[in-house]
Design a protein around this ligand. Sequence first.
Ligand code: ATP
Ligand code: MG
Length: 509
Amino acid sequence: MPAQYNKKVEITALYEISKLLGSSLNLKANLRGVMKVLSEYLDMKMGTVALRSDREVSIIAAHGMSEEEIKRGRYRLGEGIIGRVAKLGAPIVIPNIGDEPLFLNKTGARQMIRKENVAFLCVPIKFKDEVLGVLSVDRLFSSRGISFEEDLRLLKIIASLIAQSMKLYREVEKEREAFLEEKEILTRQLKSRYRVENIIGQSDRMQEVFEAIHRVAPSRANVLLRGESGTGKELAAKAIHFMSPRAKNPFIKFNCASIPEGLLESELFGHEKGAFTGAMSARKGRFELAHDGTIFLDEIGDLPITLQPKILRVLQEKEFERVGGEKTIKVDVRLVAATSRDLEGLVSEGKFREDLYYRLNVVPVFLPPLRERAEDVPLLVDYFLKKYNEENLKSVRITPEVLGFLTDYDWPGNVRELENTIERLVVMSRANVATAEDLPLGMRERSVKARYPVHVKDALPSTIEDIEKTNILDALKRTGWVQAKAARALGITPRQIGYKIKKYHIKEA
Ligand SMILES: Nc1ncnc2c1ncn2[C@@H]1O[C@H](COP(=O)(O)OP(=O)(O)OP(=O)(O)O)[C@@H](O)[C@H]1O
Ligand SMILES: [Mg+2]
């Protein structure tokens, strides 16, 4: 028996191994090849390579084991010999596994061998100080004559080759994951078939809005935009104009609720010199200014009934007279109107003309309230964070907890309120990360109520802390006091739940 490996065999084996490790991007297959070389050239029976993760180490390739046996080869860090080597990062040699209680034989692969004849060598696969896995081999006593030191030296060299390859493989995996993630984002964006510049939203509800805008924009049809305050009606009106053949012509915006009733007519239709006291010179109205373009009449529900026939005429006949004028003026104007009011109610109360209502309502587009499309909140938050960070030369981010509050909040002021909230966070935040404390208290409370309406009813009047405590307790009960699960159920991190359990002195009854 040689006292040490035949150098030539050793070098050939190492050469084969390094070749194998670089042969493909299939780490498992490469390692299987390596184990085979080990057994063939170096007379080591049964060998395994295990991969370490945060909590355990599991065999991913082996020689002399069935797939079933490989599957059983999973160890907690510190468990058995492989687990220990993974945990400590130092080699362990068991000269005779028959004498060793730590030897678990979990895989059951060694039933056929009389244990007394087997030595077990186990070395960490390390890259710098990081333990990536464990390499182990069995050696039969009959092939002894080589010192364990010799064996270890060689195994360490092989382990370091494997380590480099594992590291490389991980990098490639990471890049692949990043690539896949990016691809997923791109396909998701492509899937949202319709996009409208400056309007953010991937929810089905917003997709419908985008589709309607795309359909209606090229025509000259009147559009009536409906939706609560702050849902983006004005944004949609602009989009329709700029996506229409009139894009290069004027977009004139006018809010019917913004000025006193007496001035409305001359604002909209203009006046001749001396038409009324103070009319020093003739002036064009909004309809004239919008010639060949689009007029956006906001708050159309506030249009006084006395003025409605004149609007109807300009829509139907495309003509009108200025206040105090006799000359009929022809215009080609497309009308986009908006309202947050109940127009149908106004019609039935006789405050809005039915014929005008039908004229306006050729294509109605409904902008959904933000609370009905909470999935758009994170997108909008990103969008406004970017916008206001750029504007304020800051780089404020928000915690997942803050995003949770923002997503659960019911947003009575819709996107406008969200935009204002983010602007305030960015402007006011002294640190680079805004936390829940930076949100207005009212918003946090409403958000919690939206998330846990039942508890709020039970517990009124209670503080936000009471609500939070109750919810944590409930979640813990529901999940059998598994903190990680309860945290997941609540949408917070295990660390956060740990902190809150301490803070509220929550104990298992
Ligand atoms: N989907 C969206 N994506 C990006 N910004 C939006 C979106 N919806 C609304 N906004 C922004 O929110 C604010 C309010 O929008 P807009 O003025 O269009 O709402 P509105 O429906 O006209 O509200 P109001 O009825 O109160 O006039 C604007 O600053 C607008 O840019
Ligand atoms: Mg508006």
